[in-house]
Design a protein around this ligand. Sequence first.
Ligand code: 48F
Length: 259
Amino acid sequence: MALDEIIISRAIIDRYYEKLTSCLSSDVAIVGGGPSGLVAGYFLAKAGKKVALFERKLSVGGGMWGGGMLFNEIVVQKEALRILDVFGVNHRPYDDDHFTADAVETVATITGMAVRAGLAVFNCISVEDVMMHPDKVEGLVINWSPVEMAGLHVDPLTVRAKFVIDTTGHDTEVVKVVENKMAGKLDTPTGKIEGEKSMWAERAEADTLVNTREIFPGLYVAGMAANAVAGGPRMGPIFGGMLLSGEKVADELIKRLEG
Ligand code: 48F
């Protein structure tokens, strides 16, 4: 065995560089590595699409690790169990309508399978803007999260994508940029972000699917972001809607890319 510190460094740099340069142009760029973004990334990658996911934090998983109030179990409704089954995530019934899964197993398993399917995950990178050409979203402007956190004046880099998905959850960060900086209106009743409403789990879960769609040319919303943009309620620690939303946006984009 002859381990060499410089080769270790070179291997990391080369491999990361390969991954990043291969995603300078992709079919789909996903912003946010919560449950909806990860599931969307899995199905798109599985279908052979080039797909990159940018996550601000060091770890993907978004709001799923902590279950509800840090009790790391999640609830999933019957209709969404088939998505857990795609990934082989264990679940058990609590009653006829509510099922539970271990939050850590769910995040870890979905993430692992998504990366193995070909999803390129870039953690610790924040999306700060979009690329517009001129009235369609055509990519993302990205920077290291530590640069953002330190408030350093460092210019970002840009990646191109045929479609962008905002899965940034409650904050709807990409849609906010588009609302503030691009000409034209969002596809909502007021043309603006309607804003999330208070907790109503059953309604919110149904709305999440309906609200998962293209909100501006080139820009889709999925997961909690879809409800926040459309004025739907929040749902709390029930995650079936997030999983189904990720699947729906992937299905729609696969059709668009192949159509
Ligand atoms: O919030 P999050 O888990 O999104 P989601 O898939 O799931 C929502 C649920 O967790 C829960 C809920 C219902 O069950 O309401 O909250 O809709 O994950 C969003 C991810 O996006 C990242 C953020 O760090 C989180 O991991 N994120 C947010 N803004 C940016 C970002 C950004 N500008 N650039 C990169 N990542």
